[in-house]
Design a protein around this ligand. Structure first.
Ligand SMILES: [Zn+2]
Length: 55
């Protein structure tokens, strides 16, 4: 399994320098993917709305 892969459709996502919190768009399914880890690179589907975790 390659690290730069959409968790939803397995489409390859362009690699390169990523930072945690960066949001990418998947070319395959147009999903918003958030970088949640960089070592190793981990991508998760970004929430449609900002979650409010409270204070
Ligand atoms: Zn996708």
């Amino acid at each position: 399994m390659t690290p730069n892969q959409c968790p939803l459709c397995a489409q390859q996502v362009p690699g390169g320098n990523r930072v945690v919190g960066e949001v990418l768009s998947c070319d395959g399914c147009s999903a918003e993917l958030e970088v949640v880890g960089i070592n190793p690179l981990r991508l998760e589907e970004a929430p449609e709305v900002e979650e409010d975790w409270g204070e």
